[in-house]
Ligand binder design. Structure first.
Ligand SMILES: [Zn+2]
Length: 170
């Protein structure tokens, strides 16, 4: 994807995200309200109180093909357990109690915040196109840190770790 193609698509994607977040605003709850036990060891109160979660039957994905981005059709069709837009993430109902999934999506919340929406979407789309979903750089960070969480070792400050990995990426 060229930068020009991205610039043309960005307002459409961002507009769709804003519309979607507005549509689900009344169903969004702070992550802190779910009472997960381990997340506070990894994320500060600021993040857990400000990040929001919406439980849905299927996570909403932008209609990328309809926006002229046919090359992302596989991603559009892929049904994931969670997806994050800005400070809000969506999880499917049957995994709504999965603390590890929430941990993963919170990594993306931090990535959105640190990078800003335009840079996040550019890096995500570019990574998806060049490496595929699982090996795209922003997902690699989220999965690596999630593996550490799942392994159950000593808690670490995720925000600092994400910042470190993002600055190494540039
Ligand atoms: Zn992810």
């Amino acid at each position: 994807m060229t930068e020009q193609e991205f610039r043309a698509a960005y307002p459409l994607i961002f507009g769709w995200i804003q519309k979607t977040l507005t549509q689900f605003a009344s169903a969004a709850r702070p992550v802190s309200s779910l009472g997960f036990r381990r997340l506070p060891g990894y994320y500060g109160d600021g993040i857990l109180n400000n990040a929001k979660v919406v439980v849905v039957p299927m996570v909403p994905v932008p209609p990328l093909s309809a926006m002229g981005l046919d090359r992302f059709a596989d991603f559009e069709r892929m049904s994931t357990a969670g997806i994050t837009y800005l400070d809000t993430f969506f999880v499917v109902a049957d995994q709504a109690r999965d603390e590890s999934l929430h941990f993963h999506e919170l990594v993306h919340v931090i990535q959105w915040r640190v990078l800003g929406p335009e840079r996040f979407l550019w890096l995500y789309a570019d990574g998806l196109e060049r490496f595929g979903y699982r090996n795209s750089p922003l997902e690699v960070v989220a999965y690596d840190l999630q593996d550490r969480f799942d392994a159950g070792g000593e808690p670490f400050e995720v925000q600092a770790e994400v910042r470190r990995r993002l600055s190494a990426m540039k």
